[in-house]
Ligand binder design. Structure first.
Ligand SMILES: Nc1ncnc2c1ncn2[C@@H]1O[C@H](COP(=O)(O)OP(=O)(O)OP(=O)(O)O)[C@@H](O)[C@H]1O
Ligand SMILES: [Mg+2]
Length: 213
C-alpha cells in the first residue's frame, strides 16, 4: 500500500499511572481523530498482537524476575512494532497506543531497577524508528487513580502495590516530561473525563495543526 510519496503517519502514546484514564482517553482521542477524517490504529501495550496478548497474560499471572519481566515486555513490544505499529505508520495511518516505552522506563527502570543503559539499548533496538511524535502523560494523585481502578473491579498486581510505589510511578512520568518537553505534554487527569479529553485534544490539535474547536 505504501507509495514512495506517501506521508508517514503520526504516533501518539498515552502514559500515566493506574486508573489515570489512559484507555478512556485513547478511545475518545481516536473517535475525534476519525471524526477529523484521519485513519487511526488504536492499540495497547503490553499486548496489541496475539503474541503480545499472551505475553501480557504471562506477566500479569506470573511473578517473573525483574530481568525476565523486562525482556518479556520488550519481546511483546518488538512484535508489536514489527507487525503493527511500523506498518501502520509507513502506510500513512495514525497510531494511538495505550502505554509504550515510557511505561518500561518507569516500571522496569525506576521501579524494578533495570540498568538505564541496558534499558535504552534494548529500547532503541526494539522501537527503531517507531518513536512517538507526542506523548500525553495523564497525571493525577495516585489515591484518585486507585479509587477509580477499585471502582472498576479487581486490581492487578501492579494496582495492588502500596501508595509509595504509585507515587514513584507518578514522579517517574513527570521526570520524563521534564527531560523531553518537546515530545511530552502533561495533562491534569484528575478532572472529569470530558475536561481531560478537551485538554488532550488541545495538545494533539496544536501539535499537528488540526482544528481546535
Ligand atoms: N476523568 C475520569 N473521572 C472519573 N472516572 C474516570 C475518568 N476517566 C476514566 N474513569 C474511570 O476510571 C476507571 C479507570 O479508567 P481507565 O481504564 O481509562 O484508566 P487506565 O489509565 O487505562 O487504567 P489502567 O492503568 O488500569 O489500564 C474506569 O472505570 C473509567 O471509566
Ligand atoms: Mg487501561
Amino acid at each position: 500500500m505504501q507509495g514512495p510519496n506517501m506521508a508517514r503517519g503520526f504516533f501518539i502514546t498515552l502514559e500515566g499511572g493506574e486508573g489515570s484514564g489512559k484507555s478512556t482517553q485513547a478511545r475518545l482521542l481516536v473517535e475525534r481523530l476519525c471524526a477529523e477524517g484521519r485513519d487511526v490504529l488504536l492499540t495497547r501495550e503490553p499486548g496489541g498482537t496475539p503474541l503480545g496478548e499472551r505475553i501480557r497474560e504471562i506477566i500479569l499471572s506470573s511473578r517473573p524476575s525483574a530481568d525476565a519481566e523486562f525482556l518479556l515486555f520488550s519481546a511483546a513490544r518488538a512484535e508489536h512494532v514489527a507487525s503493527k505499529i511500523s506498518p501502520a505508520l509507513a502506510g500513512g495511518r495514525w497510531v494511538v497506543c495505550d502505554r509504550y516505552l515510557d511505561s518500561t522506563r518507569v516500571y522496569q527502570g525506576d521501579l524494578a531497577g533495570i540498568d538505564a543503559g541496558l534499558l535504552r539499548t534494548v529500547e532503541q533496538h526494539v522501537v527503531r524508528t517507531a518513536r512517538p511524535n507526542l506523548t500525553l502523560i495523564l497525571d493525577l494523585p495516585p489515591e484518585t487513580g486507585r479509587a477509580r481502578a477499585t471502582a472498576r473491579g479487581a486490581l492487578n498486581r501492579y494496582d495492588a502495590e502500596q501508595m509509595a510505589y504509585h507515587e514513584r510511578i507518578r514522579e517517574g512520568f513527570l521526570a520524563i516530561a521534564t527531560t523531553e518537553p518537546q515530545r511530552c505534554t502533561v495533562i491534569d487527569a484528575s478532572r472529569d473525563a470530558e475536561a481531560v479529553a478537551h485538554d488532550v485534544w488541545q495538545a494533539v490539535a496544536s501539535r499537528f495543526a488540526l482544528p481546535t474547536g
